[in-house]
Design a protein around this ligand. Structure first.
Ligand SMILES: NC(=O)C1=CN([C@@H]2O[C@H](COP(=O)(O)OP(=O)(O)OC[C@H]3O[C@@H](n4cnc5c(N)ncnc54)[C@H](OP(=O)(O)O)[C@@H]3O)[C@@H](O)[C@H]2O)C=CC1
Ligand SMILES: O=C(O)C1=N[C@H](C(=O)O)C[C@H](O)C1
Length: 304
């Protein structure tokens, strides 16, 4: 029997190979990419599998015939340990129990967890040379540094929003800023984000990324101001203001206000449900397989 597999190499070599199964080398040593047998399903483990996002990833991934959801990782205190991940996600029973044990056979881990959970996830993925999609927001600078170090060893996609519409809007926001940065009378940029009442971090990772990308075009002296209260004095020319609204079950909405004297533009991007993020993370997982170690984002995945 012959098996087909695809090999992604750092250089311009990226081709289809044919080999016999008994001569397959499943992974190269340190720094080199895994070779994934394309005749097999992509083995995905979900970190934070019982959470709001984890359940949607399980639901969408289990409906994809090219994916085998083989791990559903949760914290060792979770009341949901042992429950079937498919049942929790309200799809078919998958025979994959929610567990705190790390599945060492995964090709990719998709993480939608919490900052307090991310370090172990990164360590395990490095230890097992597993590709990693990180969607968790609110990480500390040190955690980001650790993730960046991990990307020297494994391929990582890291983005505060996996949504196509959000990533496109980020590019549009940069273009708008570029066009308006020197407008007579000056430009005021404010970012309003709205999320569900359960969200733990503020402002959203997405709002911060919008702010960073806009600041790139505004200039190095940009000041990031989080909310306003009291006798604040006049707004400074070089501020970006952030406002975090927490209401009901909003799955995520961002409005970037570009205010000028006499007119304004509001760029609004809103999710109707969480599937835009789950689908984006699954696309990132597929894209990541076979890539060399490195830090990637959704602009890479979406080729923007
Ligand atoms: N990049 C993107 O596109 C998106 C990112 N997000 C981000 O994803 C993260 C998760 O969001 P959401 O699903 O709403 O949050 P949830 O709180 O619903 O889910 C987080 C899950 O992680 C679990 N968890 C806690 N500790 C650990 C651990 N040590 N190991 C494994 N799992 C653990 C939690 O379990 P328990 O409840 O028992 O603590 C919970 O089930 C947030 O940071 C959010 O901002 C969300 C949407 C889109
Ligand atoms: O917690 C959420 O829900 C979301 N978090 C992400 C963020 O902080 O940017 C992405 C999305 O907006 C939903």
């Amino acid at each position: 029997m012959l098996l087909l597999f695809k090999l992604h190499l750092p250089a311009a070599v990226n081709a289809w190979y044919i080999t016999r199964p008994d001569s397959c080398i499943l992974s190269f040593a340190f720094h080199l990419p895994k070779i994934v047998l394309m005749s097999e399903s992509l083995k995905i483990a979900v970190h934070g599998a019982a959470g709001r996002m984890g359940r949607r990833v399980v639901a969408l991934a289990s409906a994809d015939p090219s994916i085998d959801v083989m791990g559903a990782i949760e914290n060792d205190q979770s009341a949901l340990l042992g429950q079937d991940a498919g049942d929790l996600a309200a799809v078919e029973t998958l025979g994959v129990p929610v567990s705190s044990k790390w599945p060492n056979e995964a090709d990719v881990v998709i993480d939608f967890s919490l900052p307090e959970a991310i370090d172990r996830c990164v360590e395990k993925c490095v230890a097992y040379k597993t590709a990693l999609v990180v969607a968790t927001t609110g990480m500390t600078d040190l955690q980001v540094e650790r993730l960046q170090n991990a990307a020297n060893t494994i391929p990582v996609v890291w983005a505060p929003s996996m949504s196509l519409a959000v990533n496109l809007s980020m590019k549009l926001a940069q273009q708008i800023t570029e066009k308006l940065v020197n407008v007579p009378g000056g430009l005021d940029v404010e970012i309003i984000e709205r999320h569900h009442r359960y969200k733990a971090d503020a402002p959203s990772g997405t709002a911060l990324k919008f702010g960073d990308m806009i600041a790139d075009k505004l200039g190095d002296d940009t000041i990031h101001v989080h909310g306003r209260e009291g006798h604040t004095g006049q707004r400074k020319r070089n501020e970006i203001g952030y406002h975090a609204v927490r209401v009901g079950d909003n799955p995520g909405e961002h409005t970037i206000v570009f205010g000028m004297l006499g007119e304004r533009i509001e760029l609004n991007v809103a999710a109707s449900n969480r599937d835009c993020y789950a689908a984006g993370a699954i696309a990132a997982a597929k894209w990541l397989i076979g890539r060399p170690a490195g830090m990637y984002d959704m602009f890479d995945v979406l080729e923007m």
